[in-house]
Design a protein around this ligand. Structure first.
Ligand SMILES: NC(=O)c1ccc[n+]([C@@H]2O[C@H](COP(=O)([O-])OP(=O)(O)OC[C@H]3O[C@@H](n4cnc5c(N)ncnc54)[C@H](O)[C@@H]3O)[C@@H](O)[C@H]2O)c1
Length: 353
């Protein structure tokens, strides 16, 4: 039987961390091709191409410095060249770039390939809704697309600290193939067939992380932050219930749900920049440039996409936390007004929950 070949489309902080795992598993497991290609958006680092640096030093010095990538990870600057022979395409780029890259790949990949999206975020759909990134991949490339989401801060995964993750996949045959590619003693995979909810959790938690960061910036303390996290979780559940009915409540208790929400609200870059937003008064765009060294923030864009959808449907008041966070990010209200916006949250108006 021919071996399964893998391409990682993306090489940022998470893309590089996941390349450490996938590279080792592809090399050690007989069912996968050893050589794993990694599409790298080319940039010059001190006069040298990033792809050349990766292929000679086996380190992504810009996005994951201090970690060696396995030598079977091969950096390729042309996405078509990287992806053309792959059976599994792992998409791990900031969500704003997926349509552009997807367009380049149309008709250039194996028709039998399958996708796996590690991308957290949405896109705006025609008619005022949102579109899931996995659905965009399927629509443009005509391949099925699973998702992997979880409490997985990239640097901690790269340091091989224990964590869990959730793979959302419908096709039962694909479940063990994907699990084996990622599972390690310190990266434990749980597979779910509730694919949409897994993906939506991964996108929405970045909005809540901005709220947690505002709370930190305002010095409001741990009780307030816990309230923001809890109300955020309730709005995540409601969002899935209203717009993707039929999903399972238990999915929110997987790594992709409450665990990712907690880690992001304490450790992630959206929290960090949102705290600085309050403390410095600088714009989100300025802070992203100053604090993240080329990494991208997902929370404020996702908040805008969700708000666009809620506004179109006249539902902003049903999701007061998401709405307040968006309005703070775009400067419509002051961070201190977030609590005013959630004081009368629908959650507080019920006699019994
Ligand atoms: N970093 C984490 O801890 C983490 C964990 C889980 C999921 N994610 C998700 O993974 C996805 C990728 O994030 P990341 O952390 O790997 O990236 P990143 O934010 O660290 O890096 C940005 C990446 O975008 C690339 N890029 C810049 N301009 C581009 C363009 N025009 N076209 C294509 N690529 C371009 C850069 O080369 C770089 O590889 C995001 O959706 C993120 O939410 C990240």
């Amino acid at each position: 039987m021919s071996k399964t070949s893998v391409c990682i489309v993306g090489s940022g902080n998470w893309g590089s961390a996941i390349a450490k795992i996938v590279g080792v598993n592809a090399k050690n497991l007989p069912q996968y091709e050893d050589r794993v290609t990694m599409y790298v958006f080319e940039e010059m680092i001190e006069g040298k191409k990033l792809t050349e640096i990766i292929n000679t030093t086996h380190e992504n010095v810009k996005y994951l410095p201090g970690h060696k990538l396995p030598e079977n990870i091969v950096a390729v600057p042309d996405v078509v060249e990287a992806a053309k022979d792959a059976d599994i395409l792992i998409f791990v780029i900031p969500h704003q770039f997926i349509k552009g890259l997807g367009a380049q790949l149309v008709g250039k990949i194996r028709p039998t390939a399958i996708g796996l999206s590690l991308i957290k975020g949405f896109d705006i759909a025609e008619g005022g809704g949102i579109e899931l990134i996995s659905k965009i991949i399927t629509k443009h490339l005509q391949i099925p697309c699973a998702v992997l989401m979880g409490a997985n801060l990239a640097n901690e995964v790269a340091e091989e600290k224990f964590c869990e993750t959730t793979i959302g996949v419908k096709d039962k045959k694909m479940a063990p193939i994907l699990r084996d590619l990622f599972q390690t003693p310190n990266f434990r995979v749980v597979v779910s067939d509730d694919v949409d909810a897994v993906e939506i959790c991964g996108a929405l938690k970045n909005i809540v992380a901005c709220g947690a960061g505002f709370t930190d910036g305002l010095g409001l303390g741990d009780n307030t932050k816990a309230a923001v996290i809890r109300l955020g979780l309730m709005e995540m559940i409601k969002f899935v219930d209203v717009f993707y009915p039929g999903s399972k409540l238990s999915t929110f208790f997987e790594s992709c749900g409450v665990a990712d929400l907690i880690t992001t609200c304490y450790g992630g870059r959206n929290r960090k920049c949102s705290e600085a937003f309050v403390k410095t008064g600088k714009s989100i765009v300025e802070l992203e440039k100053e604090m993240l060294n080329g990494q991208k923030l997902q929370g404020p864009i996702t908040a805008a996409e969700v708000n666009h959808m809620l506004k179109t449907r006249n539902m902003e008041d049903k999701f007061p936390l998401f709405t307040a966070i968006h309005k703070i990010c775009v400067g419509e209200i002051k961070p201190a007004q977030m609590i005013d916006c959630i004081r009368n949250h629908p959650e507080h108006m019920q006699t019994f929950n």
